[in-house]
Ligand binder design. Structure first.
Ligand code: CTP
Length: 211
């Protein structure tokens, strides 16, 4: 099977030396890419800027901004069986990028932000690949994850509680709850991200067979 996996953060430039980003380390996405390769699948890994070495057998597409990630995902979808949107894509970007470094002044500075394009929402509703979204939540995890499953037209949502510093962003461990379109829910308890990734790939393969 062919997997497209996105990982890491995006960077939205403010000026030539500054950007908006988030704490995503890319560890979960890279672990999913490795787990899928271990199971013998072909993997395209679309990665934002991270400090990790990709699995050797993956075809890696490096991107920086949410717009580049959007184009890379759409460009990689031909003959894809599974898309895993693990990347922490920025929700907003500066309305304009200054061409020169913004100079310090003795007054407040406001930045105008505009929404980025939502990659999951941009996917066609009728499609022949299975779509896994992620939900990083700090509160009401189940409610928000189920909303994302519906609004973002995913086949599966993997939710993690990022308010807990032992799991989720930057951590080597994670604990996730998986929500499926038919109302089913599965939990994977706290474990290293490599172990979570192997369990996730198994669940994705089982579920995508029924889809
Ligand atoms: N996502 C996306 N395109 C974006 C932003 C997010 O495809 N521009 C995807 C992420 O890769 C993830 C899912 O949407 O699979 C949910 O991301 P999350 O940050 O949890 O949710 P948001 O949609 O950004 O909503 P909020 O920040 O309000 O929780």
């Amino acid at each position: 099977m062919k997997f497209v996996v996105t990982a890491g953060p995006t960077r939205e430039p403010i000026d030539p030396i500054r950007f908006l980003s988030n704490r995503s380390s890319g560890k979960m996405g890279y672990a999913i890419a490795s787990a899928a390769i271990e199971e013998g699948h072909e993997v395209i890994l679309i990665s934002g800027p991270v400090a990790l070495s990709p699995p050797v057998a993956a075809r890696v597409i490096q991107v920086t901004t949410s717009d580049e990630m959007y184009e890379a995902v759409h460009g990689a979808l031909a003959k894809t069986d599974v898309l895993v949107m693990c990347a922490a894509v920025a929700d907003y970007k500066p309305a304009a990028t200054a061409k020169e470094k913004i100079k310090k002044r003795d007054e407040a500075l406001s930045l105008e932000l505009v929404p980025t394009r939502d990659i999951l929402k941009s996917l066609p509703k009728t499609r022949d690949y299975f779509v896994v979204g992620f939900a990083a939540e700090t509160d009401d995890v189940e409610k928000h994850a189920r909303e994302k499953l519906r609004h973002k037209n995913c086949n599966m949502i993997v939710a993690n509680d990022v308010s807990d510093s032992a799991s989720g962003m930057e951590s080597d461990e994670n604990a996730v709850t998986i929500f499926l379109g038919d109302g089913e829910m599965k939990k994977i308890s706290r474990a290293p991200k490599e172990k979570i990734a192997r369990a996730l790939v198994k669940i994705i393969l089982e579920t995508s067979k029924r889809f």
